[in-house]
Design a protein around this ligand. Structure first.
Ligand code: PEP
Ligand code: MN
Length: 340
């Protein structure tokens, strides 16, 4: 019988699937396709080599699909149906109660952080944020106070019985920062820093993972997977706006990310309304929208005198604005959660 070499692989594939379906099915079931197997069944017209190539391609495709379909990610609802609840100080994050992470963009002085914390404590807010290691666009801009900034945060937090949420930018700073920090923030610019993700994955402290500047929801979830895969189960996701063509806001607040992340993962989801907007006149509607969409909490920046802030001056609320913001938001939340 004459054997012919395939010119067009699609033709061969079609032929094999239609006429030699049995052979394909059998060979796919065997992980190894041997020449002997094929030879014993191959009555032509195709060469054993051609059939082997097609079967291998089919087998690879089948393997990829099966893997995709059967892989259960640690962040997924398939892995864990119930919501993860993360303990931070006296707060339970992810347990239906709206949570707030508040504080200045950068730690600038003891007095500055103290005044913000004083205002927070009047409103029962105990998650204190502030950047000590700052990821700035320009190397000439204020880079943060480093360890001194962490010491300030820890001191103020102790005074008011609060917990410190602060960004760590590199695996090398973790050791010296460790004792001052309650929640390690991975900033947007570091969401793809896999070494950093793996390092914080080995720790026993909660991690607030911010969505990358241009990360898809899938990439965001997979960044969380890096942390979970190392053993740290305490991951909080934070939507903080993504880069789009829009210039009216600093970023585009992706409200749809919140219900999608809540649906597809068991992790708590926060919304950083300050970095999403880059302006403070729309913080209240953004916060309402975030909670209405299912967020477990929001993050916002507050500074006693935003005009002289060393970073993000335009988007930080002053103390009075913060007080009004919280009053109005609580009014909304009481109405919203009672009537739904
Ligand atoms: C921050 O929260 O201090 C910050 C720099 O935000 P992001 O990483 O989202 O830009
Ligand atoms: Mn900021």
């Amino acid at each position: 019988m004459s054997m012919r070499k395939a010119e067009n692989i699609d033709e061969v594939l079609l032929d094999l699937l239609c006429a030699k379906g049995q052979l394909v099915a059998e060979s796919l079931r065997n992980s190894k396709i041997s020449d002997v197997d094929i030879n014993s069944k191959n009555k032509g017209p195709y060469t054993t080599e051609t059939i082997k190539q097609v079967l291998q391609a089919l087998s690879d495709e089948e393997f990829k699909n099966t893997e995709k379909m059967t892989k259960v990610y640690l962040h997924s609802r398939a892995f864990q149906e119930e919501n993860s609840v993360i303990h931070v100080g006296n707060e339970l994050i992810g347990k239906q109660q709206p949570q707030f992470i508040i504080g200045p963009c950068s730690v600038e002085s003891h007095e500055q952080v103290y005044r913000v914390a004083e205002e927070m404590s009047k409103r029962g807010v105990s998650l204190l944020r502030g950047g000590a290691f700052k990821p700035r666009t320009s190397p000439y801009d204020f880079q943060g106070l480093g360890i001194e900034g962490l010491q300030i945060l820890a001191e103020v937090a102790r005074t008011y019985n609060m917990s410190v949420v602060t960004e760590i930018m590199s695996p090398e700073s973790i050791a010296e920062a460790y004792d001052y920090v309650d929640v390690i923030q991975i900033g947007s610019r570091n969401m793809h820093n896999f070494d950093l993700l793996k390092t914080v994955g080995k720790l026993d402290k909660p991690v607030l993972l911010k969505r990358g500047l241009s990360a898809t929801i899938h990439e965001f979830k997979m960044a969380a997977e890096y942390i979970l895969n190392e053993g740290n189960k305490n991951v909080i996701l934070c939507e903080r706006g993504i880069r789009t063509y829009e210039t009216a806001t600093r970023n585009t607040f992706d409200i749809s990310a919140i219900p999608i992340l809540k649906q597809e993962t068991h992790l708590p989801v926060f919304a950083d309304i300050s970095h999403a907007a880059g302006r403070k006149d729309i913080l209240l509607p953004q916060a309402k929208a975030a909670f209405a969409a299912g967020a477990d909490g929001i993050m916002a920046e507050v500074h006693p005198n935003p005009a002289v802030a060393l970073s993000d001056a335009k988007q930080q609320m002053d103390l009075l604005e913060f007080a009004q913001f919280m009053d109005q938001l609580h009014h909304f939340l009481n109405r919203f959660f009672v009537s739904t």
